[in-house]
Design a binder for this molecule. Structure first.
Ligand code: RM4
Ligand code: MN
Ligand code: MN
Length: 424
């Protein structure tokens, strides 16, 4: 299904006077409101192809109805999100969960829906049907060269798919590591992984990047071979200028200061971008901003500050992606909530008075520094974000539209109630 423009206009019309009142109130306090709105319009977050179905845990999966059964339907789902919020204009594919079988068809559908192809993701953390060698004891780190070769070839294959689609980056997340002390020689595991990544790096087209994603634990519980940002940065620095560190918000040990990590990676010119999600405990993959919205704001605060310091383009110089799993919510509703949370944090970060913050930092005025950040965080920018959507042809309230217009019900009619999407 596709959402017709006039229906969005009707929806907007019904909410317009209330919106105007809220927007004018919020805009009155913002000096350069049109510049802020333009930045919001330009900003897009890629939707992961693996998160359009209901996810699960290792204990069970309670599939929803009307889930996309193939890549075309997944793209259509992302198209629905983008039509509603105008900020989801990209999709990030996971191979082999979503192998594009017919490139021209997929590309023309993407063009029709206004979607780009963000980073491609490889998968050497599961064994696939008919696969010759197992990844049970790792992939790029494996003690057996033949397994490493198989994993390298898979990554090169993913690059090839991406080239056909116009993607420009490969994200490598490895589950490699060990579950018990003594299982692995750390140094050899690192060196094997580096040598494998080097081979993949050599296969990158000139205008491509490789994103090395780290994760502290799971599925390995004693050591992870790319376990934190330090290790990822080691690989990225050794690989070369096309290699960067990817931050997935859920991949840290408890209480890690992610905003500081972001700031330093940016300083080094080595930040690839993000997998956004939120967590209470670990890699919970919850809705962005649902648990720690202040942390999300502080991360965006460092992003805006650090990107401006390097003259970077907010919209295009980093990879912005969601990586989430929805066990109890409708995936599309959850993704709308996540994108909204990202836009709110980004908008707030754009409003921080940086000149004043610099001054008070210089004076060691800790109290005012805290006031500046917290006042901004407590500013309600939802009408500013909605205004950006409105000017860009989106819906004033995407979630409300989704419910009122019974989008999921229509998808169930089209696809049936027993479809299960590939992915998490
Ligand atoms: C991992 C990691 C990767 C994602 C997989 C599905 O925990 O976050 O980015 O591709 O999950
Ligand atoms: Mn991730
Ligand atoms: Mn993860």
């Amino acid at each position: 299904m596709q959402i017709e423009k006039y229906k969005i206009e009707e929806h907007n019309q019904s909410l317009l006077s209330e919106h105007k009142r809220k927007y004018e109130f919020a805009a009155a306090d913002i000096k350069n409101v049109n510049t802020v709105i333009q930045k919001l319009i330009d900003f897009n977050v890629a939707i992961p192809s693996w998160a359009l179905g209901t996810g699960g845990t290792r204990f069970g999966r309670f599939s929803g109805a009307g889930e996309p059964g193939n890549l075309i339907e997944k793209m259509e789902d992302v198209g629905l999100l983008h039509a509603l919020n105008r900020s989801s204009g990209a999709v990030s594919l996971h191979i082999p969960w979503d192998i594009p079988e017919n490139y021209p068809a997929i590309k023309s559908l993407a063009a029709q829906l206004g979607l780009k192809f963000d980073a491609m993701n490889s998968n050497t953390f599961q064994d696939q049907k008919g696969q010759e060698l197992s990844y049970k004891f790792g992939s790029l780190q494996h003690v057996n060269k033949a397994v490493r070769k198989q994993a390298i070839e898979h990554n090169i294959d993913v690059i090839k798919h991406g080239v056909e689609l116009g993607s420009k980056a490969l994200t490598v997340w490895l589950s490699d590591g060990s579950c018990f002390p003594g299982q692995l020689n750390f140094r050899k595991a690192f060196q094997n992984t580096l040598a494998s990544l080097q081979e993949i790096y050599t296969a990158l087209p000139a205008d491509w990047k490789i994103f090395v994603e780290y994760k502290a634990y799971e599925p390995n519980f004693y050591s992870m071979t790319v376990g934190d940002w330090g290790q990822s940065l080691l690989y990225a620095n050794k690989l070369g200028s096309k290699a960067y560190t990817l931050v997935d918000l859920g991949h840290h040990l408890a209480n890690a200061n992610i905003e500081q990590i972001v700031s330093l990676l940016l300083m080094e010119g080595k930040l690839a971008g993000f997998h956004f999600n939120d967590s209470k405990y670990g890699d919970d993959d919850l809705t962005v901003g649902s648990i720690k919205p202040y942390q999300l704001f502080l991360i965006f605060n460092e992003l805006v500050e650090g990107m401006d310091a390097r003259g970077m383009d907010h919209a295009s110089d980093l990879g912005w992606m969601i990586d989430a799993s929805h066990n109890v919510k409708d995936p599309l509703e959850d993704l709308l909530q996540s994108v909204e949370a990202i836009m709110i944090s980004y908008a707030q970060a754009l409003l921080v008075d940086r000149t004043k913050l610099n001054e008070v930092q210089q004076d060691n005025d800790v109290v005012t520094a805290q006031e500046i950040l917290q006042n901004t965080f407590r500013t309600d920018v939802r009408a500013i974000v909605a205004e950006a959507r409105l000017r860009n042809g989106g819906a004033l309230n995407p979630l409300q539209y989704f419910r009122q217009m019974k989008v999921r019900e229509q998808l169930i009619k089209e696809r049936g109630s027993k479809t299960v999407a590939t992915g998490l």
